[in-house]
Design a protein around this ligand. Structure first.
Ligand SMILES: [Zn+2]
Length: 245
């Protein structure tokens, strides 16, 4: 259930998604985003290249993301309260598109550091056949963790609620219906090899991200009813532990 070193810190993380992510059932169909491509050579300018007074840490993140082939725009921090390095994507990340379910402008804001984590994850996703990721939210201004009342990673745009994977073969894998074995309190990883293909792909890419240490808080349908339809993947800066359930 838990792979971590600081249980006390983790207790406060329970139920990290502050808002309901109620969503109707899944469907499978071809999707209009088409085939995922490897990152293309850059044609867009680096939005942080010059003329801006940016903190060194932010400039370094923007540069790394841009060098990774990601096109994005910087978002005015006054329009993204609580977000240290707000960006809005203008391209896929590592060949994998990332989009909010509801096309919300607010939910399309990410912290650059979360985008970098997804860039590191994108190789795993591409190898699994993923073309795109659909999420319920990343940025929710002022979001609090249900129960504890502490500030949620969503308030900083450092967490993504993964709802569906859109595959290059046209399939759509939905956490709500395709995360097959979901015993409450059970361990999300390792893999269940008796799961159907859709479940194996979903669980597989999440478990690979955990193994790689890309996210520090990972909450799956095993965690609670609020996470029955998504996986919460959160980057916590400067943390050396991972909590997964
Ligand atoms: Zn969440």
């Amino acid at each position: 259930m838990v792979r971590l070193s600081r249980l006390a810190s983790v207790a406060a993380l329970l139920t990290a998604c502050a808002t309901a992510n109620a969503e109707p059932s899944a469907r499978r169909s071809a999707h209009g985003h088409g085939r995922a491509a490897l990152p293309a050579p850059h044609v867009a300018p680096n939005p942080a290249a010059e003329g801006l007074d940016l903190p060194p840490e932010a400039r370094a993140c923007y540069d790394r993301l841009w060098r990774g082939g990601v096109t994005f725009e910087l978002v005015d921090r006054r329009r993204a309260a609580g977000v240290k390095m707000p960006i809005r994507l203008a391209s896929a990340i590592g060949g994998v598109w990332v989009a909010p379910r509801n096309r919300s402008r607010v939910h399309s804001i990410l912290d650059c550091r979360l985008a970098l984590r997804i860039l590191h994850w994108s190789g795993t996703l591409r190898r699994a056949g993923v073309a795109g990721m659909e999420h319920y939210s990343v940025y929710r201004p002022g979001a609090r963790i249900r129960g504890s009342g502490k500030v949620s990673g969503h308030a900083h745009a450092l967490a993504i609620d993964l709802a569906r994977l859109h595959m290059r073969n046209g399939a759509i894998l939905d956490v709500l219906t395709d995360w097959e074995e979901r015993q409450r309190g059970g361990e999300p990883c390792p893999m269940r090899h008796d799961e159907a293909w859709a479940g194996r792909v979903l669980r597989g890419v999440v478990c690979e991200a955990v193994t790689a240490g890309l996210f520090q808080v990972v909450l799956t349908p095993h965690h609670d009813a609020a996470h029955q339809n998504h996986v919460h993947l959160e980057f916590r800066p400067s943390k050396d532990w991972t909590y997964i359930q």
